[in-house]
Design a protein around this ligand. Structure first.
Ligand code: SF4
Length: 202
């Protein structure tokens, strides 16, 4: 199961979760949801399975880079990998080709059960609109903000991120956010360009 979660974390970048579910089902059907299988199967077979997640060539390479690392350094043992101290393991995973901080934090939190906060585009957008941080804030700065203000609690980080995703999905869309229905409206400083009052205060 943790390996499936890792595959999902790598495949989900820039695509809806529904597409990831289809890709994972394809990998399962072809017996490819396994690090050795992902390194030995023909590239085109893997790419065909994960095609619904877009950028499938790059994502195939990312999956294989992670699998190679897991097999070379931990003999495929995820328990041994997640036993490493969080900060050391995080730095190590960030060194794997193609894995950015959002993917790595998702792997650590959701597959490893380790207390690291996942920042995504919704987090950046909502926190900017609330007036807490500037729009272009760095990933690491925003992650540090959450981790400095919240206890290192895996369940809390998990639920907090899920709530951010829910607000981003339902209300805080990039265009025409549904501010009047948003639970964060009372403390939000968002001013839609050229129409300061209508969306937020109507
Ligand atoms: S009130 Fe509007 S801009 Fe503010 S967080 Fe909610 S949806 Fe986003």
């Amino acid at each position: 199961m943790p390996f499936e979660v890792i595959v999902g974390a790598i495949l989900t970048q820039s695509v809806a979760w529904r597409n990831v579910e289809i890709a994972i089902a394809n990998l399962k059907e072809k017996d490819l949801l396994d690090p050795v299988a992902l390194l030995t199967a023909p590239d085109e077979v893997i790419e065909e399975a994960i095609r619904p997640t877009l950028y499938y060539r790059q994502k195939r390479r990312k999956l294989q880079a992670f699998c190679r690392h897991l097999l070379d350094k931990y003999q495929g043992d995820l328990t041994a990998l997640f036993r490493r101290p969080l900060s050391e393991l995080r730095a190590e995973l960030l060194g794997i080709w193609g894995l950015g901080p959002e993917t790595v934090d998702s792997i650590l939190l959701y597959a490893g059960g380790l207390p690291t906060f996942v920042v995504d585009a919704y987090t950046k957008r909502i926190w900017a609109r609330l007036g807490i941080h500037p729009e272009g804030i760095e990933y690491e700065t925003l992650r540090a903000y959450f981790m400095d203000h919240l206890p290192p609690d895996v369940q809390l980080y998990n639920e907090y991120h899920a709530l951010i995703v829910a607000v981003g999905n339902r209300y805080c869309r990039a265009k025409q956010p549904l501010c009047v229905e948003c639970p964060l409206l009372v403390r939000c400083r968002y001013q839609p360009a050229g129409n300061e009052k209508s969306t937020v205060e109507s």
